[in-house]
Design a protein around this ligand. Structure first.
Ligand SMILES: *[C@@H]1O[C@H](CO)[C@@H](O)[C@H](O)[C@H]1NC(C)=O
Ligand SMILES: *[C@@H]1O[C@H](CO)[C@@H](O)[C@H](O)[C@H]1NC(C)=O
Ligand SMILES: *[C@@H]1O[C@H](CO)[C@@H](O)[C@H](O)[C@H]1NC(C)=O
Ligand SMILES: *[C@@H]1O[C@H](CO)[C@@H](O)[C@H](O)[C@H]1NC(C)=O
Length: 434
């Protein structure tokens, strides 16, 4: 168990450090693809290998002719006359800026070659090839680096077209966990590179996933104007089977609040969770503690969240479940000291994109457990920005204090006062939408 949990915590900490680098760069429009073969007299089959390496977050490559995939060497062959530039390499994972994790991503080879292995399994639709290695396994990263970039890429490259998903590497449980969602993108079975020994051929292939930034679907960069609301519709399609009937509104019924609990996690726990639950109930909510495990079925989580009127939790991967809330539902993020930027970038964007009633409860210094350890006059608490390295954010050991060492003890008076607005919004939502 430790083997699974430790790397996830460690890796996602690193991902916090990179947003300072990223925020300095605006999304650039996609540059013209650089083509590497020229059509010549001896050119028969047609097709080219081309790569766009102009983006900060991802590379994209494309083979626009018949291609043979050899899984044993992770190589894709395009048959044609070789020239000195006829090999391209790509790591199809959208965190190009993140040197640490990219060293762990499998590299694929695309080659123009006079010969290729014979084709054993022929597909009639093009392939979209990408990796779900890296940080996969943390629910935030599964969406941030996997499912959301997939949605963007499909809508950019294959809008309303048939294609085959080819995953170059994924933990074996990943496809099982996300198969309902993957099946909304394509009717073809999902192929995994290290799960097959046969060669497969495709009329063409695309490599890599497009990312618009942390938890972002930028409508102006989408050729078909898709937004988070379209993404939400896809989740509905994938998970709406077996959805519990939302409680029927009546005088007695209370808006349902899910409290995303981090009890037992490393950092960002609500240490007075029982009292907080009482306060929520006193205000008028029906409270359900939501503590999903890695193996919790998504159909089940989806049904529960869809039947709820509010989701409340301290900043953490579980808040990625806000994607499952209905539009206009209430989403409250409790923001510990020092995590303001990430809170907004990771989940504030989801709140706005999905048209949720998004609110932040920013804790006061006295509500942070860091007070006991470092004293209320510590710069860590009084001036989190002051302890940043100019232009670079916090060094890892400081980020680690804010993320892993800090728990919160909510001031019940202040929190009760704060809850009035979420309650009235949730009640309104329930009265209107059930
Ligand atoms: C979306 O992309 C456009 C074009 O690159 C950019 O000007 C805009 O700031 C982006 N919007 C967001 C919310 O990132
Ligand atoms: C591949 O792309 C190049 C450049 O865009 C184009 O000239 C060529 O005709 C395409 N080949 C095929 C088989 O589509
Ligand atoms: C494929 O590779 C991933 C990670 O590299 C591994 O977790 C998985 O078990 C492998 N699958 C098979 C069938 O070997
Ligand atoms: C999920 O994993 C836990 C152990 O981590 C186990 O006790 C539980 O039965 C599993 N649940 C399912 C639905 O597989």
């Amino acid at each position: 168990m430790q083997l699974v949990i430790l790397p996830t915590i460690f890796l996602s900490l690193l991902s916090y450090l990179f947003y300072f680098i990223i925020v300095l760069f605006a999304e650039k429009p996609r540059a013209k693809l650089r083509t590497i073969t020229r059509q010549g007299p001896q050119f028969r089959l047609g097709g080219q290998i081309s790569c766009d390496r102009s983006q900060l977050r991802y590379d994209l490559c494309s083979v626009n002719g018949s291609t043979v995939m050899d899984p044993t060497t992770s190589t894709f062959f395009l048959v044609g006359p070789a020239n000195p530039n006829s090999v391209e390499k790509i790591k199809p994972y959208p965190r190009k800026f993140d040197d640490f994790i990219m060293t762990q991503i499998k590299e694929l080879t695309l080659t123009l070659s006079p010969t290729s292995p014979p084709c054993e399994i022929q597909h009639s639709a093009p392939a979209l090839v990408f990796s779900v290695g890296g940080y996969t396994g943390n629910f935030f990263h599964d969406f941030n680096d996997g499912i959301i970039p997939l949605f963007i890429t499909v809508n950019t490259i294959f809008p309303d077209q048939d294609f085959v998903i080819v995953i170059s590497e994924a933990p074996s449980w990943w496809i099982t966990k996300y198969v309902d969602l993957l099946n909304t993108f394509t009717t073809h079975p999902i192929l995994t590179l290290n799960d097959t020994t046969s060669t497969h051929c495709f009329p063409s292939a695309e490599f890599g996933l497009i990312s618009h930034g942390f938890m972002t679907i930028n409508q102006t960069l989408m050729p078909n104007q898709r937004t988070f609301l379209h993404f939400r519709a896809l989740l509905e399609k994938a998970y709406s089977q077996n959805v519990l009937n939302p409680p029927t509104p009546n005088v007695e019924s209370r808006p349902r609040l899910l409290l995303a609990s981090r009890k037992g996690s490393k950092g960002r726990e609500i240490v007075n969770e029982d009292e907080v639950i009482e306060a929520m109930e006193e205000i008028g909510f029906e409270v359900i503690v939501f503590a999903p495990k890695d193996n919790t079925s998504l159909v089940e989580s989806y049904a529960l969240i869809k039947s709820s009127h509010a989701l409340v939790g301290v900043h953490g991967a579980a808040l990625t479940h806000s994607l499952f809330l209905r539009a206009r539902a209430v989403f409250v993020q409790v923001v510990p000291i020092g995590i303001e930027w990430a809170s907004d970038a990771f989940f504030g964007r989801v709140g706005r994109g999905l048209d949720l009633e998004y609110m932040e409860y920013r804790i006061g210094v006295e509500e942070s457990s860091l007070v006991e350890k470092y004293g209320r006059d510590s710069l860590l608490l009084k001036d989190p920005h002051g302890v940043q390295v100019q232009g670079k954010g916090w060094p890892p050991e400081i980020m680690n204090i804010y993320l892993m060492e800090q728990n919160v003890k909510l001031d019940l008076g202040r929190f009760r006062e704060f809850l009035k607005k979420p309650y009235s919004k949730a009640k309104q939502f329930m009265d209107r939408h059930g």
